[in-house]
Design a protein around this ligand. Structure first.
Ligand code: MRU
Length: 346
């Protein structure tokens, strides 16, 4: 099931808010439709929102009326700003938009139509490279999973969260494809249930054994020695190896440390933000209180109650056993080893 489809010269996004009840695609003929889809998590997951925004910019470029390159690029910059402001935490969003703009500003072409064509090629490249990265991550990461491993994951870092195959679930898929007997525990992931609705769905579709638990069961599961390792994705990793990911990830990492269980993060280099030195600098998105007080339109809490609803948390680097990337597995000390893998000179 593809989260993002470019077909017949137009963009369609799978509405993940409807899963697993129904499979519906959103036709995107306006970049604002793409921005809205990202905001309300119809398309979600760090690499997927990067790729969706790149295609959204292509859609926006077609809406621009401009005869010359300068006017075209100015208007495009404004659209990129709107798309980039939809969600603050996943750095892949800004990374993809910057890459699109950089490709154009360094292109010598003057003709606007020609620039639009270059943009589509670049969006396809971002999409295709993401699938390739995930496959490579899978290949490297599966080495960490012994035959028979029982793997706990949080949120959804699968095909739905990427251009395809997935990061954390890509590693699980790769181990499964190698013939290893892998089973998965999926945290349901309150408040929006990406684990229950999306991860469990992906695993069931694929025939990979999966057991759904509520978030508050993870500690007892570990205490009962029913988990061999944890693998999650990431929305942003800072230069020192701190990891922002779906709210609840930090709690799982603390529990894993306490129980001596390896805690792995799988993420492409596009998720690593070498511009930030630690997780404290990562902007954390806060979302609508109704996501916490309501479920399926029904109130579950009294009117007027105060709510705190951060969508992500930060796991400090000392709780992370290794980071799996498309270039290989990175171990501590992250400050040195992430710099090396990202090609930064000390
Ligand atoms: O709010 P979401 O559903 O976009 O959050 C997604 C996550 O936290 C994922 O774990 C992360 O983006 C990695 S996706 C490969």
């Amino acid at each position: 099931m593809d989260a993002i489809i470019w077909e017949n010269d137009s963009l369609r996004l799978l509405d993940q808010t409807k899963l697993p009840r129904s499979i519906e695609y959103i036709e995107c003929n306006d970049y604002r439709t793409v921005a809205e889809a990202i905001k309300r998590l119809a398309v979600r997951g760090a690499p997927a929102i990067g790729a969706a925004a790149a295609y959204g910019l292509v859609v926006g470029a077609r809406q621009i009326e401009a005869a010359d390159r300068k006017t075209f690029l100015e208007k495009l910059e404004a659209i990129a700003g709107e798309l980039g402001a939809t969600r603050p935490t996943a750095v892949n969003l800004r990374w993809a938009l910057d890459r699109m703009m950089m490709r154009l500003t360094t292109a010598p072409e003057q003709d606007v139509q020609e620039l639009r064509r270059i943009m589509l090629d670049e969006a396809h490249a971002i999409y295709n490279e993401d699938v390739q990265s995930n496959r490579k991550m899978g290949e490297f990461g599966q080495e960490l999973l012994p035959d028979g491993a029982r793997v706990l994951t949080h949120c959804n870092a699968g095909a739905l969260a990427t251009a395809g195959y997935g990061t954390a679930l890509g590693v699980i898929r790769a181990a499964h494809e190698k013939g290893k007997q892998i089973s998965v525990y999926a945290d349901e992931t309150r408040p929006l249930l990406q684990g229950a609705r999306l991860t469990a769905w992906e695993m069931v579709q694929e025939g990979i054994p999966v057991t759904l638990i509520t978030d508050n069961m993870a500690g007892y599961l570990m205490a009962k020695k029913m988990v061999d390792c944890v693998i999650v994705g990431a929305d942003r990793i800072t230069a020192n190896g701190d990891v922002a990911n779906k709210i609840g990830t930090y709690g799982v990492a603390v529990l894993a440390k306490y129980h001596n269980i390896p805690f792995y993060v799988a993420a492409p280099l596009s998720t690593i933000d070498m511009g930030l030195s630690s997780g404290e600098e990562i902007p954390i998105e806060e979302r609508d209180p109704r996501e916490v007080t309501h479920h399926a339109g029904q109130a579950m809490a009294p009117d007027g109650v105060q709510v705190w609803n951060p969508a992500f948390d930060v796991t400090p680097n000392h709780l992370v056993t290794a980071i799996i990337t498309e270039m290989g597995i990175v171990y501590p000390p992250y400050i040195e080893n992430l710099a090396k893998i990202c090609g930064y000179k000390k």
